[in-house]
Write a protein that binds this ligand. Structure first.
Ligand code: GTP
Ligand code: SPV
Ligand code: MN
Length: 614
């Protein structure tokens, strides 16, 4: 499609203005067809960026290797440019929007020379759903186009819903690598290699996104973290709903009773795994609605309904095996894009902990170097073969346990929220909040070890990551806590407090003195889900403690290899650890929010402190 076919005058003008600034050789409006996808893939393969995989083993699949500077989200280069600094809060990098636009406009000038400018009309959420939003991404990366095809709903249907004057979130993206006459990418991932010159900018007052210099993941696929979380969280605040970094799962008990649960865990902390879990508990069934983002609105019945705004999975590859995540392995057998994985001699992908050693004598690592093929699936002594944040992009419909209602435009009614992170100590396996506000308090103080999903942070150190939203909340986190509190209070005032989801805290990552995980995790997490399911039905399976409701001894049967003693440790209150936790919140964490922190959270802090001392 070309510009002249656009029916929306605002969209046409916007496209023309950006084309004039960025000076591409040509402009193309994406139609979301298979033909378009194949054509983009051909451009990428011809340019030496994409490698077709073995059609016997991985039909329709391609491997890409990105630049070492461009392997994950760049948190230090992610900006929330609200008019006032205080509106961005201590959780965001703020910069003046006028200055930022000036700087970036100069960077964008001529940045698409020698390339095609693609305009991608996409819907986050089923096309036409009341909860869905339309975005428009301008990009010079065919890799972004094919990934957006999988991750969102792209094409003419979206333009139809947009009509002549509908609202869309404008998303500008450039990889910042113009081509001179006759120059081609020639196998080198195009981007701005200096991390300090990358920008992932958000303008919450005008709901705009401007990204420059990165072609990877959440920095470049702007529907995901930029629109569906940072901008959507602002829309949700303004309109009274929730945009959260949450998986959505459907769970059926042995009696056939169904509940829907969402879970917020920080990046690379287990959402995809939990969303597709194969239960070890007999008779229980888990199906997937979404693995990363949930948008939730109250229905007329007072219940909260969630949709998955995405259409695909952009999942962490290392650690994924038939053992750890069977359904993910099934989902990525065809039509999948792999990025920064190893390439075996028989043209298949490989990564650490994939469940088997690499075939043949040699393997190409994510940097393109030929290395000895690992005989086991363990990380080689020197450098890993796949980057720790290597990912697969796969259509959600390929998941064997995708729930039939996953695209229901109404969404699914939520019974429970889970919050958690990676914590080697203190935080129990599972803990139910005493009330809505206590749940918000616990969500607000949640901490997690930093993972490889951010390229510019020290992996392994614990930081507070409230609601798993620290890198994704587009406004002041103190106000975000207040938004949550107010939603609960409103429901309660309407006499619908009982319809609110129950709130739970989970931690699969406790370690013993030898540094080994105390809980086997993965499929065995079904035991915890079953306990949560029964709690939601009011089953008497908990004990009340200073920190919340913990499983009654014996309420969760320990999986094989977990002793009764370990189980007890996982499900009890570490009084000294919690006292330290609470002291840190009071001294170093809560004060950073100043008077934006809702007072009731200080009341909760006082109350838990009193209970721990009592
Ligand atoms: P993002 O896509 O970055 O938001 O990550 P995610 O939250 O979806 O994380 P994912 O499910 O991809 O898991 C990330 C890593 O955690 C993988 O290497 C998994 O193998 C590992 N993991 C997931 N679940 C468990 C678990 O229950 N126990 C342990 N020990 N590791 C787990
Ligand atoms: C995350 O980091 O939480 C992701 C991957 O889901 S990315 O899309 O790159 O943000
Ligand atoms: Mn994520």
């Amino acid at each position: 499609m070309n510009i002249n076919e656009l029916k929306h005058a605002g969209l046409k003008k916007w496209t023309e203005e950006w084309a004039a600034l960025m000076q591409p050789d040509s402009v193309e409006i994406c139609d979301g067809t298979r033909e378009e996808y194949d054509r983009m893939i051909k451009i990428l393969v011809d340019g030496g960026l994409g490698t077709p995989l073995n059609p016997e083993k991985k039909p329709g699949c391609y491997l890409f290797r990105s630049d070492p500077s461009d392997v994950a989200r760049a948190e230090s280069r992610t900006f929330i440019a609200s008019k006032e600094k205080i509106e961005a809060g201590p959780n965001n990098n703020w910069t003046d929007p006028v200055e930022l636009k000036k700087t970036m406009t100069e960077l964008y000038r001529g940045c698409m020379k020698g390339r095609t400018m693609y305009v991608i009309p996409f819907s986050m959420g089923p096309v036409g759903s009341d909860i869905a939003k339309i975005g428009m991404e301008i990009t010079d990366s065919p890799y972004v186009v094919v990934n957006m095809h999988i991750m969102t709903r792209v094409g003419k249907e979206v333009l139809k819903v947009l009509g002549a004057d509908g609202f869309f979130v404008p998303c500008i993206h450039s990889i910042a690598k113009p081509l001179a006459k006759g120059e081609s990418d020639n196998g080198k991932w195009p981007c701005e290699p200096d991390v300090q010159k990358k920008y992932i900018s958000h303008f919450p007052d005008t709901y705009e996104i401007w990204s420059y210099g990165s072609g990877y993941g959440g920095n470049a696929l702007l529907g995901k973290k930029c629109l569906a979380l940072r901008i959507a969280s602002v829309l949700a605040r303004d309109e009274g709903w929730l945009a959260e970094h949450m998986l959505i799962l459907k769970i059926t008990n042995p009696e056939g009773k169904v509940k829907y649960i969402t879970g917020a865990l920080p990046s690379a902390c287990g959402k995809t795994n939990l969303a597709m879990l194969v239960p070890t508990l007999p008779g229980w069934k888990v199906e997937t609605i979404g693995d990363d983002i949930a948008w939730m609105k109250f229905g007329k019945d007072g219940r909260l309904y969630a949709i998955n705004p995405e259409a695909g999975f952009f999942g962490v590859a290392p650690g994924t095996s038939t053992q750890s995540n069977f359904n993910a392995m099934e989902s990525i057998k065809k039509n999948t894009i792999f990025t920064n994985c190893g390439l075996t001699e028989d043209n298949d992908i490989w990564w650490e902990e994939i469940g088997y050693g690499a075939p043949g004598e040699t393997i190409i690592d994510w940097k393109g170097n030929k290395r000895p093929a690992p005989k086991t699936d363990k990380k080689p002594a020197d450098e890993p073969i796949a980057h720790a944040n290597a990912r697969f992009t796969a259509p959600a419909r390929q998941c064997p346990v995708i729930a039939p209602e996953w695209e229901d435009p109404k969404g699914v009614p939520i019974s429970a929220f889970l919050f958690g992170g990676r914590r080697a100590a203190t935080i129990p396996l599972v803990n139910q909040s005493k009330s809505w506000v206590h749940g918000v308090f616990m969500g607000s103080i949640t901490g997690s070890e930093i993972t490889a999903a951010a390229l510019d942070l020290a992996a392994g150190t614990v930081r507070r990551d409230p609601f798993a939203m620290l890198p994704f909340c587009g406004y002041n986190m103190g106000d975000y806590f207040n938004h949550w509190i107010k939603l609960g209070q409103k429901s309660e005032a309407e006499g619908r407090g009982g319809e609110l989801p129950k709130i739970f805290f989970i931690n699969w990552f406790r370690k013993n003195k030898d540094g080994k995980f105390m809980w086997p995790g993965y499929s065995e997490n079904s035991r915890v889900l079953a306990w949560i399911f029964d709690r939601c039905d009011g089953k008497d399976n908990c004990v009340q403690t200073a920190i919340g409701n913990l499983p009654k001894p014996g309420a969760i049967e320990p999986p094989q290899g977990v002793s009764a003693e370990t189980m007890n440790e996982l499900c009890s209150v570490d009084i000294d650890g919690w006292k330290k936790e609470i002291a840190d919140v009071r001294k170093d964490y809560y004060p950073q929010y100043g008077d934006r922190l809702p007072k009731v959270l200080y009341d909760e802090l006082d109350a838990i402190e009193k209970r721990l001392n009592g």
